[in-house]
Design a protein around this ligand. Structure first.
Ligand code: PLP
Length: 239
């Protein structure tokens, strides 16, 4: 499959990962409704939960739009958040912006707190509060910019620099800006999340999300390749 990382945003949104035509010449991707793949196939597919041409097409497109080498697509924003937070251990700390998407906050407080995750919240739009990161030395610094719902704008470059001083991973929920307006990785963040329901799949017909990084996990991805297929139409629509 093709991987254009050059050209403008709209060119990459329309053309990245579109080398699926094979002998048919199809200009739009088919839905690959298969659970398993024949062993030794040249694209390295094995089992749809861990990889399928429809996941791969969406992942290559969004990796290109985010300026990343790889992306991992998920069934929803919340499933992508769950996958990343699940990499932590009991006792690990997170410092989070205090104005977060409500379900992210509920996941932290009602699900992960039970497993010993220690999350503190601070107004990170105020640089005077960045010392909380230096003091707590967390594993993750969890940011949203603009935030949902208050639309606070954070200094992602400044915060990523402080996080890296203490060896923390900077996670940015980029849903509200979208990679069209903001590329967190270029500002120093480690991970950038986009839930597709807001802008990236503006058709309002399917949930989805990605992390522009390879995150291998056994859960949280789509069960049906129809969903990444539907989500792939979103980025090419503004293009
Ligand atoms: C900023 C933000 N992050 C994450 C999510 C979660 O995405 P999903 O609804 O796909 O789980 C949303 C959904 O509204 C959101 O607004």
């Amino acid at each position: 499959m093709s991987l254009p990382h050059s050209g403008g945003f709209t060119t990459r949104a329309v053309h990245t990962g579109r080398g699926f035509a094979g002998t048919t010449g199809a200009v739009m991707p088919p839905v690959f409704l298969t659970a398993t793949f024949a062993s030794g196939n040249p694209d390295g597919f094995d089992y749809t939960r861990s990889g399928n041409p429809n996941f791969r097409l969406l992942e290559q497109t969004v990796a290109s739009l985010e300026g990343a080498r790889h992306a991992t697509a998920f069934a929803s924003g919340v499933s992508a958040i769950t996958a990343v937070v699940s990499t932590l251990r009991s006792g690990d700390r997170i410092v989070a912006e205090q104005n977060l998407y409500g379900c992210t906050y509920r996941l932290f407080e009602r699900v992960f707190a039970k497993f010993g995750l220690d999350v503190t919240y601070a107004d990170l739009a105020e640089p005077a509060n960045w010392d909380e990161i230096r003091r707590r030395r967390p594993r993750l610094v969890w940011l949203e910019s603009p935030t949902n719902p208050l639309l606070k704008v954070l200094d992602l470059a400044g915060l990523s620099a402080v996080a890296s001083e203490v060896g923390a991973t900077t996670v940015v929920d980029n849903t509200f800006a979208s990679p069209y307006l903001q590329q967190p990785l270029a500002l120093g963040a480690t991970l950038s999340l986009a839930a597709t329901t807001k802008y990236l799949n503006g058709h309002s017909d399917c949930l989805g999300a990605w992390w522009p990084r390879t995150i291998r996990c056994g859960t949280s991805r789509w069960y049906s390749p129809r969903k990444p297929w539907a989500s792939s139409r979103g980025p090419s629509t503004p293009g």
